[in-house]
Each structure stands twice: as C-alpha cells, then as structure tokens.
Design a protein around this ligand. Structure first.
Ligand code: SAM
Length: 212
C-alpha cells in the first residue's frame, strides 16, 4: 500500500497521536513478524481514530467486517461503553487463532465475538440493530457489505469503510478492486440515505452516518 501523504508527515502524525496500549503494540509487532500481508493491519493512526469515534457514538453493537489479527477490533472494543458488544468476522482460519488469543488476553476481549465464515453471510444472519460498523474485508464485495449493513443500521448509526482511496488508484482505476471502490465512492457521495465525508487518513476512510 502506497502512502498517500509523505512518509515524514505520516511519521509525524503517528508521533503526535497517543500510543495504543502495550498489548496492541505487541500484537502489531507479532503481526509484522509472523503474518503474511501485515500491512493489512490498520495501525496507530486509524486505530486511535476508531477508538475515539466509538467513544463519541457510544454504540451498543459494533460490527466489524475483516478481523485479521484483531488490532482494529481491540481498538474499537477499548472505546465501548460497559454494555457494548462487538461482532467481528473473517473467513481465514489462519487468523482465527491469533485473533482469538489476542481477545482472550485483552481486558476488553470479553466484549468481542469472533464469527468465522463468509462475511456477507455473517452480516445477513445478524438480527439486531447495528450502531457502528467498520468494513475492512474483500474490496470487490464492499458494495454488498455496505448495503447489507446499512439496512440493519439504526438511524443515526455510523459506518466506516477502509481503503477507500486504494493508494490513489481510485483516480484512474485499472483493476476490479479499484473500480469497485471508485464506484462505491461515487454511490455513497450521492446516497440520500446517508451523510458522508471521505477522510484522507491512511488509505482513505469513508465516514458515513445514516440519516434519521
Ligand atoms: C485488511 S484485513 C483486516 C484488518 C483488520 N481490520 C485490522 O485492522 O487489523 C482483511 C481481512 O478480511 C478477511 N476477508 C477477506 N475476504 C473475506 C470474506 N469474503 N469474508 C470474510 N473475511 C474476509 C481477510 O481474511 C483479512 O483477515
């Protein structure tokens, strides 16, 4: 993933963002040492942003699409109110053990339920109102995730979608992934059901609020 801002600015922003808890620092180090594609992990800037937004929204139910090693799930769980829960899902059995161990070791892990399987099926099976979501799995499936989650999101609820700038490839999409994300950006920005802002944080975060 190409950085959208200069490396110096990215490093400066990280230095001037509060550190994540030690467990998350260790989880990031483990992910970079042991896992394939460690850059999939959101990291300090986006993780702290997720935690702050969760603290502001005070959701009862968060849904995360794409767990990986559990970094973003734990970041959001840290901001949850006492009675808040987070359901996260992934279809890769290789990440299941790592993420579940991280949840078991965390003081916030008891708020997290990890569901294994195809994300779209997991979303379709949910029968509760969703307050806050973070979409970060198969980019070509994002529009389907977005529609399925929006239908279950309460009015005023928040949906965040990651990698919505595709290292800049949305400007001139050359592959299915960049095309799918560009089409979804076009759709969301004219979607009367929601209000949105596309943040240039990391690889682009669509910040969407369902209208009341
Ligand atoms: C970018 S990573 C998630 C990173 C994570 N949110 C974090 O910040 O640490 C994407 C994850 O989505 C999962 N994934 C991809 N396609 C999926 C699908 N069709 N159903 C469920 N999970 C999927 C991958 O296995 C991978 O672990």
């Amino acid at each position: 993933m190409l950085s959208l801002v200069s490396e110096e600015i990215e490093a400066y922003s990280k230095r001037h963002t509060q550190a994540e808890p030690e467990q998350l620092q260790k989880l990031m180090a483990f992910t970079y040492e042991q896992m394939e594609l460690p850059q999939m992990l959101t990291g300090r800037l986006e993780g702290r942003l997720l935690k702050l937004l969760v603290q502001l929204v005070q959701p009862t139910l968060i849904v995360e699409v794409g767990t990986f090693t559990g970094y973003s799930a734990l970041s959001m769980a840290e901001g949850l109110p006492e009675d808040g829960r987070l359901i996260t899902c992934d279809n890769d059995p290789d990440v299941q053990k790592v993420a579940q161990r991280a949840f078991d070791e965390s003081p916030y892990g008891n708020k997290i339920e990890l569901k294994m399987g195809e994300a779209i099926e997991t979303i379709q099976q949910l029968d509760e109102a969703i307050d806050f979501s973070f979409i970060d799995a198969d980019k070509v499936m994002y529009t389907k995730y977005y529609e399925a989650i929006l239908a279950k999101t309460r009015p005023g609820g928040v949906i965040l979608l990651d990698n919505m700038l595709q290292s800049g490839h949305v400007l001139s999409p050359q592959d299915d992934q960049a095309r799918a994300i560009h089409q979804l950006n076009e759709m969301i920005s004219t979607d009367n059901r929601v209000e949105n802002v596309l943040l240039t944080v990391r690889d682009g975060v669509q910040f969407v609020r369902k209208r009341e």
